[in-house]
Design a binder for this molecule. Structure first.
Ligand SMILES: CC(C)(COP(=O)(O)OP(=O)(O)OC[C@H]1O[C@@H](n2cnc3c(N)ncnc32)[C@H](O)[C@@H]1OP(=O)(O)O)[C@@H](O)C(=O)NCCC(=O)NCCS
Length: 187
């Protein structure tokens, strides 16, 4: 996240001058017929804050920060939902770099009772697809994210999507964990 995102720990705020509009995107997975990934709306704010407080607490205080990102221009939030129950979300933004854009997965979270059932994979697939769709008409170099060195479960998910660790020192989360930066080039 930035100061606060997994993408950018303390002091490395992203520039969100580039606004990418995705009005409505939806994903349904064939192997999860009841699960939908949809664009978030204002009614999702309390859920976003509550899950952030639950799952990101080892890394810092994200309960207030994630709803702020949700309202930040250029940040896209997608929520996974099973029937009427929200199960997780992912946040994506773009920043300019060398005459192209880089997608930045700011946060991904699945509610504790729903983890390990393929929802995180579905959310990741959704943001990668969104990046690929944008790359069809705008140069997008890569998708990046940040993850704590201790978070092996999330790392395994990201590696399975073709993300690879970048060299360098990217600081630490407020919880003291070392931040790793991972990148997946886009063709
Ligand atoms: C990381 C997270 C988003 C993954 O979502 P999920 O719905 O639990 O994961 P999925 O069921 O889709 O599994 C996806 C992959 O994650 C990994 N994974 C899932 N559960 C795991 C476990 N118990 N142990 C190790 N790896 C695991 C596996 O690689 C799995 O792929 P596979 O099913 O092909 O083996 C979720 O666990 C979460 O919200 N964690 C807390 C917040 C967090 O750490 N976010 C990432 C910050 S960068």
């Amino acid at each position: 996240m930035a100061r606060h995102s997994f993408a950018r720990p303390s002091g490395q705020q992203a520039s969100y001058q580039t606004r990418v509009e995705i009005l409505e995107t939806r994903t349904r997975a064939a192997h999860h017929p009841g699960v939908l990934v949809r664009t978030a709306n204002i009614d999702d704010q309390a859920f976003i804050a509550a899950i952030a407080g639950d799952v990101f607490s080892p890394y810092g205080d994200y309960r207030e920060l994630l709803p702020q990102w949700f309202h930040t221009a250029g940040v896209m939030t997608f929520v996974s939902q099973s029937e009427q129950e929200r199960t997780g979300y992912v946040m994506l933004a773009f920043f300019p770099e060398e005459r192209a854009l880089v997608g930045d997965v700011l946060a991904i979270a699945v509610a504790p009772g729903h983890q390990g059932k393929g929802i995180g994979r579905m959310l990741m697939q959704h943001v990668v697809t969104v990046c690929e769709q944008i790359a069809e008409h705008t140069p997008v170099r890569a998708v990046r994210l940040s993850v704590a060195d201790t978070n092996l479960r999330a790392q395994r998910l990201f590696l399975s999507f073709g993300f690879r660790q970048l060299e360098g020192d990217f600081g630490r989360y407020d919880g003291g964990q070392k931040a790793l930066h991972l990148e997946r080039p886009l063709p």
